[in-house]
Design a protein around this ligand. Structure first.
Ligand SMILES: [Zn+2]
Ligand SMILES: [Zn+2]
Length: 326
């Protein structure tokens, strides 16, 4: 198999040939068709997540065909499956036993502790993948598996908020906007100041308003979803909220949040993070995305061009999602 591998912190991906692995009892060997590129892959390149051990093959939104199935697997050869960030949970801890496996103390994640989908073959645990429709292009499904899912979980945390601000308009934002608009919510999109191209993109997707993150929205918001990794956005978003509103931080990593006056939190405003996802989230969202005909905007790259894809993402050169196709 061919893979793109991080060997050290702050290094580039290095192409590597390895023998194809064999699936153990519960595992599947899949031939990867497409794998989305996520901001988390940049955090892994930059060594910003705890307990990271190199070498690691990143990639946690992959679509592929099963070519070999372990003897306990219930997924058959030839099936198309999707893999997400969640790769394994213990099933025993207090979180796993209360339908919060996203918080499992011993959870392991694809492309972080388990080799991921920046490769033409990968091993997955059959209990942590989703069987997918065979007809839709793989590259259009892949971004739903993290950007879509985490965006959806973040939006769910906003309850029935009608006016929703989105701070950082990248992969997750452009998918969650489509969902929110179909739910008759109003989206207020905040981009890097001066990034008029992304603001235009947000309006094309149905945002009621788009502007720089330094601007105030024309209406106070009921909820704010932050997908950018900039902690300074948290006190800014709080100021944009109505009483009772919630700031939801959707990213896995964020720079420090500056101090702010208690008055800005007063009025039962809340700040919360979104950590990972459950398999149930995956089932619900993939079904909803099908019903709503959610279509990510993608820019495709060959596997060997993965470093270019990461660089384009880092510098904001992509509207929508970068996807590697194999
Ligand atoms: Zn991701
Ligand atoms: Zn657990």
């Amino acid at each position: 198999m061919q893979a793109m591998v991080f060997h050290e912190a702050r290094g580039n991906l290095i192409p590597e040939s390895r023998p194809n692995p064999s699936p153990a009892d519960w595992e599947l060997l899949i031939k990867v068709e497409a794998c989305g590129v996520c901001r988390t892959d940049l955090h892994i390149q930059d060594d910003e997540l705890p307990g990271l051990n190199y070498p690691i093959i990143p990639g946690h939104q992959a679509v592929g065909k099963v070519v070999e199935a372990g003897r306990h697997s219930s997924v058959s050869e030839g099936s198309r499956v999707g893999i997400t960030w969640l790769g394994w949970t213990c099933g025993e801890c207090k979180y796993c036993r209360t339908e919060r496996e996203n918080l499992c103390d011993r959870a392991r994640f694809h492309g972080y502790q388990i080799d991921g989908g920046f490769a033409d073959y990968m091993l997955v645990d059959s209990r942590y993948c989703f069987e997918l429709d065979q007809t839709q292009p793989a590259a259009e499904i892949a971004p739903l598996l993290c950007a879509g899912l985490i965006g959806f979980r973040s939006l769910s945390m906003a309850g029935d908020a009608r006016r929703v601000g989105i701070y950082g308009f990248g992969s997750a934002a452009h998918i969650v906007t489509q969902v929110a608009v179909r739910q008759s919510r109003e989206i207020y999109a905040f981009t890097r100041p001066g990034d008029t191209a992304t603001q235009e993109f947000a309006r094309e997707l149905g945002a009621a308003w788009a502007g720089g993150s330094d601007a105030s929205p024309p209406e106070q918001l009921d909820a704010a979803l932050i997908f950018a990794a900039d902690g300074q956005l948290v006190p800014k978003a709080l100021k944009d909220l109505n009483k009772g509103g919630r700031v939801v931080c959707g990213g896995i990593h964020m720079t420090d949040i500056p101090s702010f006056p208690y008055a800005d939190l007063w009025g039962e405003r809340r700040i919360q993070s979104v950590a990972n996802l459950t398999r149930q989230d995956g089932k619900e969202f993939m079904s909803l995305a099908g019903e709503m005909n959610i279509r990510p905007q993608i820019k495709t790259y060959a596997l060997e061009a993965a470093n270019q894809a990461l660089d384009d993402l880092r510098h904001g050169r992509i509207n929508g999602t970068a996807v590697l196709t194999m």
